[in-house]
Design a protein around this ligand. Structure first.
Ligand code: NAD
Length: 318
């Protein structure tokens, strides 16, 4: 059984490749190696997995690659909200057109299931309670809008062509090998090197945090037992304001609040995301396993122990 993982050299994709190999899959990684992709994220070369450098928007390449695969998990994306505010073209292109191209190639090759890895951000902000999968999509950032566009194209392929598409919408992930532009690694790498960290506005924005290994467990269970056309929220993480998260990271890095700079809030910044993950728990028996405080402490330790992994990306960002 061979699985194609797009974006497998990124943060979540590289954890998924390891988890799928452990479950007995053979794996092909298709990744363009943008600034966010890193061959060093992947396991050492082995007989059960292979790497192909390529673009998910390249339909011809996908049509050549897909035969011989039983399933696809589509992780490849432009994934950083701040970059989508600075310029959204690559987001619409990779996230919407790229997903469309993967769907079309999978349909033609008769390959499925195809798990489309999406995000809680497609629902937009919620002041109280939690979104279930029936909520309308009200994305606010160009990143979230491009992910919502991809979800809608995927659902249309299921309804129109019967393609076995399964969509997952996960909360914020944390763990080793996340690009240092993202909140936790950005803060940790700056604090560990004596730098200062920026906190948007009052730091009141609430996010739900899930360990990347729990996300991958959920993705593999949707791949194995999900319903064609099904949408699954993946939550069960820990809800924290950015201020609370900052406090925890300062403590874990041995730093004080005098290292924090208040910066103007991000444009269109959603106040709160929260997922109702009852469906995946009831139907697939999924439950997160990594206790948040342990997972966060281990993540900080990983960045402390692996500066050679993150220093080049920090240097490249200037
Ligand atoms: P990432 O930015 O770390 O990795 C993205 C990977 O996709 C990189 O390896 C990059 O080289 C590759 N890629 C980008 N454009 C490509 C293209 N055109 N063709 C082929 N490969 C391309 O992202 P991540 O955090 O691992 O996120 C993976 C997926 O999970 C994304 O779809 C994201 O929207 C979704 N997601 C992320 C989170 C999170 O907290 N990180 C939460 C929910 C959902």
């Amino acid at each position: 059984m061979r699985l194609l993982v797009t974006g497998g050299a990124g943060f979540i994709g590289s954890h998924l490749v390891r988890a799928a190999l452990e479950e007995g899959w053979e794996v092909t990684v298709l990744d363009l190696l943008t600034y966010a992709g890193n061959r060093a994220n992947l396991p050492p070369p082995g007989p059960r997995w292979s790497f192909v450098r390529g673009d998910v928007r390249d339909g011809e390449a996908l049509r050549r690659l897909l035969p011989g695969h039983e399933a696809v998990v589509h992780c490849a994306a432009e994934s950083h909200v701040d970059r989508s505010i600075a310029g959204a073209t690559e987001f619409t292109s990779t996230n919407v057109l790229g997903t469309h191209t993967v769907l079309e190639a999978a349909r033609r090759a008769g390959v499925g299931p195809l798990v489309v890895v999406s995000t809680d951000e497609v629902y937009g902000s919620i002041a109280e309670g939690a979104w279930d999968e029936e909520q309308p999509l009200r994305p606010n950032s160009p990143y979230a809008a491009s992910k919502a566009g991809a979800d809608l194209v995927a659902l249309a392929y299921h309804r129109t062509h019967g393609t076995d598409v399964r969509i997952t919408r996960c909360a914020n992930n944390y763990g080793p090998r996340q690009h240092p532009e993202k909140l936790i690694p950005h803060f940790v790498t700056r604090l560990l090197t004596g730098g200062r960290v920026p906190l948007y506005g009052e730091g009141a924005n609430v996010r739900e945090w899930l360990h990347v290994e729990d996300h991958c467990r959920a993705l593999l269970s949707v791949l194995a037992d999900g319903s064609p056309g099904g949408v699954y929220n993946i939550g069960g993480g820990t809800e924290l304001t950015n201020r609370e998260m900052t406090g925890r990271l300062l403590r874990l890095c041995g730093a004080d609040w005098d290292r924090v700079d208040r910066v103007p809030d991000r444009a269109g910044h959603d106040l709160r995301y929260a997922l109702d993950d009852g469906r995946i728990r009831r139907e697939l028996g999924y439950a997160p396993q990594v206790p948040f405080e342990d997972g966060l402490a281990a993540t900080v330790e990983w960045y402390r122990a692996n500066p050679s992994w993150w220093e080049p990306a920090v240097r490249a960002a200037g």
